[in-house]
Design a protein around this ligand. Structure first.
Ligand code: AMP
Length: 314
């Protein structure tokens, strides 16, 4: 089942203790699309400015990503983000965010983007996420990511966006901030109880709490599952890890949704998400995922499987 994603398409300037890059290809929708494209067809929705280059579009084209709905805004500037990480790669400082062409952007989806069964609302203003959600009313699986900035400045809009999706993917700290609950499980339970104010729709049934280098947990109405991050000795740049994780997760679900959203499917999707994210952080930005191959994914899936097994139940 094909996937539509809306979110930032960006130039990122990033500094980590291991080096820096200026204006490299980034953005939540881009990281997501490059990961999800290993599993299914992906259509990216979002604006770029005059400054966005053909080589950057080619990175997506080479993975078969449909960029028909990447709109070039004449006279506009591409979304720009500048961040820096210290030795603790789980926390980062944002030096600059320039929304550029995202300011005043009104998404116009092509018929094929509107026909997708799966939708990912990557991190961007929640108003925009809601506008896109409204254009795919019949989508079978809708997931959403967000960040502290939108919880700070657009919480009401974010809450109503969340009420209209099936799955919420957030960092553990963001989940606490969103709900005001210090305990992760009760924070997830609170979000699981949110339903659309107008009485239509389902409300979220899957919550994923990303925990950076410690892995990720999945909470549903009657289930819980957690995986550690894949143990890596070399981590260079965590930028986009969350979006790559979401790309692996939603991509795997889209490719296997024909039999319904079972607990087993969610768990296998978590494992693919973990593996995709682990490759992303090995180099700057999208560099590693651009070169990634299916056999490399399969080999690391086997390793993750092996290190998360134990025999018997006690
Ligand atoms: P992650 O490390 O998974 O949180 O994703 C980082 C990506 O999100 C970078 O490529 C940025 O371009 C993008 N990003 C950073 N801040 C924002 C924001 N306020 N809205 C949308 N995208 C953002």
């Amino acid at each position: 089942m094909s996937i539509t994603v809306v979110g930032s398409i960006a130039y990122d300037t990033v500094k980590t203790p291991f080096g820096e890059r200026e204006r490299m290809l980034g953005g939540a929708a881009v990281h997501f699309a490059l990961a999800a494209a290993f599993f299914d067809e992906v259509r990216v929705v979002g604006p770029v400015g005059d400054d966005f280059g053909e080589p950057e579009l080619d990175v997506m084209r080479r993975r078969g990503v449909d960029i028909v709905d990447v709109e070039r805004i004449a006279g506009g500037k591409t979304f720009f983000w500048h961040g820096e990480y210290g030795w603790d790669l789980n926390s980062r400082e944002t030096h600059d965010t320039q929304l550029g062409v995202f300011e005043g952007f009104a998404p116009k989806l092509s018929p094929s983007s509107r026909a997708s069964d799966v939708l990912f609302l990557a991190n961007i203003q929640p108003d925009l996420q809601r506008e896109v959600r409204a254009q795919l009313p019949d989508a079978k699986f809708v997931a959403l990511d967000s960040m502290n900035l939108w919880i700070d400045i657009a919480r009401d809009s974010l809450v109503s966006a969340i009420e209209n999706v099936d799955c919420v993917v957030l960092n553990d700290a963001e989940l606490r901030q969103l709900t005001g609950k210090p305990n992760l499980i009760s924070a997830a339970r609170e979000v699981l109880a949110w339903k659309p104010a107008d009485g239509g729709g389902r409300g979220p049934s899957v919550i994923i709490a990303k925990q950076g280098e410690y892995g990720a947990a999945l909470v549903t109405q009657d289930g819980f599952f957690a995986l550690p991050a894949y143990p890596l000795e070399t981590v260079i740049d965590p930028t986009g890890a969350g979006d790559t994780f979401a790309g692996g997760f939603v991509g795997f679900i889209a490719a296997n949704l024909q039999d319904g959203l079972s607990d087993a499917l969610l768990r296998r999707a978590m494992a693919h998400a973990t593996v995709l994210a682990s490759f992303n952080v090995e180099e700057f930005g999208t560099e590693r995922v651009q070169r990634l191959t299916q056999p490399e994914i399969a080999a690391r899936m086997d390793e993750l499987h092996a290190i998360t097994q134990f025999s018997g139940s006690r």
